[in-house]
Ligand binder design. Structure first.
Ligand SMILES: [Zn+2]
Length: 162
């Protein structure tokens, strides 16, 4: 198996600005393929039980593990977040709402006994695969440790939009 240095976003950048891709993005497909080849079976773009109108990219319903492959732009990665200059105010509000929604989804899932795995599209496939594997295989008896994955804690610069 190769792929250790391949980033999830390797082929995903071109269409990024065209639309907000919420499913079947290239990074997500790469992780799905790797998981499948590793023998894992999962649901895709799955409606999260008990949380109306919230979905996760890759879901293991029985194990109650929800995986999100977050795009650096749409989810405001601490390393790669950018802000369009055109309609700047609208974009700031939009991206701040995305961020708040992500955190709310995390909290709701954790409150319902789920594990949340968030990986950035810039992460290596190997790291993403490892994060998911760890969440699936960690004993359930352990108390929830919150969100697994790289930090999403950084607050958006502009938080005042409501
Ligand atoms: Zn990033």
């Amino acid at each position: 198996m190769s792929g250790g240095s391949e980033t999830l976003a390797a082929s995903a950048s071109s269409a990024r600005m065209a639309r907000q891709a919420t499913r079947d993005t290239a990074p997500e497909m790469a992780l799905r393929r790797a998981l499948f080849m590793a023998g894992f079976r999962y649901r895709v773009d799955y409606q999260l039980p008990g949380i109306p109108r919230r979905r996760a990219d890759i879901v293991f319903p029985k194990q109650r593990v929800a995986v999100f492959v977050d795009g650096c732009f749409w989810h405001r990665c601490p390393d790669h977040a950018t802000f369009p200059k055109t309609n700047a105010e609208w974009w700031r509000a939009k991206l701040a709402r995305n961020w708040e929604r992500d955190r709310e989804t995390d909290q709701l899932l954790i409150a319902n006994g789920w594990r949340v795995v968030r990986v950035w599209e810039h992460e290596s496939l190997a790291d993403a695969l490892e994060a998911v594997r760890h969440s699936l295989e960690e004993p359930r008896e352990e108390p929830g440790r919150g969100v697994v994955g790289r930090p999403h804690e950084q607050r958006p610069v502009e938080q005042s939009v409501s």
